[in-house]
Design a protein around this ligand. Sequence first.
Ligand code: E4P
Length: 214
Amino acid sequence: MKLFLDSANLEEIREVASWGVLDGVTTNPSLCSKENATFEDNIRAICAVCAGPVSAECVSLRADEIVVEGRGLARIAPNVAVKIPICLEGLKATKTLHAEGVPVNMTLIFSASQALLAAKAGARFVSPFIGRLDDASEDGMALIEEIVQIFENYRFETEVIVASVRHPRHVVEAALVGADIATVPYGVMEKLVKHPLTDIGIERFLADWRKVRK
Ligand code: E4P
């Protein structure tokens, strides 16, 4: 399973890239609004650090405007994936951008029917938001299972990005159900590597090693 970082923060992106585990980056307007750079400059800088797909989100609401905005985003760097919220206008824009060879990440997916339509319209990625579903007392991971099954049944090439990840179990379960990608916030990414028994083990080995060296 590929791991994307769900962040618009360059330091975090550089740090995770240095671990050798970074396959891509997803941003959204809320994440970009926390950064101290203009949107375009920030996306350009992220694309220079991460060779994988970097999602940059459209904010237009009409298909023709989304297409123009998407083309502009795709010109920032060759690895930009244009993020478009699922809606009828978004589907129309996805069809056009896909035909032009622009990869689309269809976002704000909360149902399997939305994912199916996004794949049929030519989206390269779909982003179901599992944490927000869990927050609303629904089962986010059950949605991932449904989408993965549907895409397998009909051999869609669209990749499933598990989004709105809240904790390490979300990542493990995403891998178990066969999702292509999990996009993970920096804090959760750090937790993926941590285990208290590993810390205790390292401490004990070092203490014993100091005895040997005496
Ligand atoms: C994914 O593409 C989104 O940017 C992100 O996962 C949303 O997560 P949130 O529900 O924590 O805002």
